[in-house]
Write a protein that binds this ligand. Structure first.
Ligand code: ATP
Ligand code: MG
Length: 455
């Protein structure tokens, strides 16, 4: 279908001329001679392009333009001007017109502007589509990241998700192991099938077997009903063994047998039950060390370590921190109905330089807490947990490095002053009072240490 164009022009010769010419080019042209009539047409019909004369009886061109941009922002508006009106035409462009064309003009000149707009619109759509695609790619099943290590992990997931290859996810607590396991399951061919999660650290050893394999009625005291185990419940789907390093040794042998044979027996049962499950494993422990300490079976390790995915701690991929901050701010702003939250430069710096022993989870909690504590829409250093302050990070450094006592004390003093200044919004009188020293003494120390406010 050809594009719809409305011509609003009071000069009959021009109006009819344009109408005729555009129709001859296959456009669906409509025309009218005054602004008020145009408004009522535009209220009920959507046009791709509006060609609007600046000087119109009733409602003038600029008013009409504003109206069109409100009710139909995607319509391209081309303004027709007399030479003397160029200033107003420039205003029209500022108000959202695509371009203007000065009288007298030829039909070909008009056609060029129309074609330029249509090309622009196609490109605009393409850019929008591509940027949405990029955004989607940036966010992999809710996992945000810009670091190249995480990109490699996403590629690995793409490569194995649709197979039944066992995956072993290793990473410190809070690095996103469960998120990765979920992403694999969601992209697998088993995504519509059961997805059972077992936290091996949370099930008491005595209950483990009955949980995994189920039991027959009367198998032991208290087994009043036959119960299916997790393997049976997950049949056809996926099992996620979280904290596999915490699985009791005796059970590891049994697990190995099940994954090798694909058969389980309920406790007290004689019937073999055929099992078809895809297993994903995660651990925050070093399995090789557990093997050395004889707490993990080596043969099981080789069975499950077919596709290892190692998630680095957050401090080794600090480039992810800004996008994570942005993501969590968005999540919690929506959750708590807070808008336009910003982070002060000192708080941002503290968030970027902190080491996050609790990884992404710690960052997430810090943002949530800070957002709740902030009152005027600004997250400041005082809203972050104590560990984030420059003081405590330096204290930690003092313990692990070979600084001299003098260096430690000086740095301690410097950081204490920075912290006091930050907390007082860099007001020296207030900071001096807080530190219990005179304003002059503070000023001298600021000079001595070369302390400057954050940009
Ligand atoms: N890259 C990421 N993008 C967005 N959110 C993330 C990311 N990584 C982790 N998270 C969030 O951080 C929290 C911790 O992640 P998850 O539970 O997957 O970690 P884990 O490695 O399984 O931790 P644990 O070992 O303590 O069980 C979750 O709330 C998760 O949504
Ligand atoms: Mg977990």
């Amino acid at each position: 279908m050809k594009e719809k164009i409305i011509i609003v022009e009071d000069d009959p010769a021009m109006r009819l001329g344009m109408n005729h010419f555009l129709r001859a080019y296959g456009y669906e042209a409509t025309s009218c001679d005054d602004g008020a009539k145009a408004l009522s047409i535009l209220d009920s019909e959507i046009f791709d392009i509006a060609i609007v004369d600046l000087k119109l009886p009733g409602v003038d061109g600029l008013t009409l333009l504003k109206h069109i941009k409100t009710i139909s922002p995607q319509t391209g508006v081309i303004i027709i001007t007399a030479f003397a009106e160029v200033k107003t035409a420039v205003q029209a462009i500022k108000d959202g017109a695509f371009d203007y064309i000065a009288k007298p003009f030829t039909n070909e000149e008009l056609l060029l502007v129309i074609e330029r707009f249509l090309k622009f619109r196609t490109l605009e759509k393409e850019v929008k589509y591509l940027s949405e695609l990029v955004k989607k790619k940036d966010e992999f099943e809710g996992i945000v990241s810009t670091s190249s290590v995480m990109k490699e992990i996403f590629d690995k997931i793409d490569a194995v998700a649709k197979t039944d290859v066992p995956v072993l996810i290793q990473g410190e607590s809070g690095t996103g192991k469960e998120l990765i396991a979920n992403a694999i399951q969601k992209q697998s061919l088993r995504k519509e099938k059961p997805y059972i999660k077992i936290n091996c650290a949370a099930i008491p050893e005595t209950l483990f077997e009955s949980e995994l394999f189920g039991y027959e009625k009367g198998a032991f005291t208290g087994a009043t009903e036959t119960k299916k185990g997790k393997f049976e419940l997950a049949n056809g789907g996926t099992i996620f063994f979280d904290e596999i390093g915490d699985m009791p040794l005796s059970l590891q042998a049994k697990l190995l047998r099940v994954i090798e044979d694909g058969i389980v027996y309920r406790l007290g049962g004689k019937e073999p039950i055929k099992i078809n499950v895809r297993c994903i494993y995660a651990t925050s422990k070093n399995l090789k060390e557990l093997i050395k300490a004889e707490k993990f079976r080596e043969d099981l390790f080789y069975r499950i370590n077919v596709m290892p995915i190692a998630i680095p701690p957050l401090k080794e991929r600090k480039e992810d921190i800004p996008v994570l901050i942005e993501k969590f701010l968005k999540i919690f702003s929506e959750k708590y109905g807070k808008q336009n939250i910003t982070i002060s430069p000192s708080a941002y710096e503290a968030l970027l330089s902190y080491d996050y022993p609790g990884n992404v989870r710690e960052l997430k909690h810090a943002i949530e807490r800070a957002l709740l504590l902030s009152k005027d829409g600004v997250i400041d250093i005082k809203h972050l947990p104590e560990e984030f302050s420059p003081l405590s990070s330096f204290q930690k450094k003092c313990f692990i490095s070979n600084f001299s006592l003098k260096e430690c004390i000086e740095n301690f003093e410097k950081n204490l002053i920075i912290k006091a200044l930050q907390e007082c919004g860099w007001k020296k009188t207030e900071a001096a009072k807080k530190l219990g020293i005179s304003r002059k003494a503070l000023w001298e120390k600021i000079k001595f240490y070369g302390i400057e406010p954050n940009p």
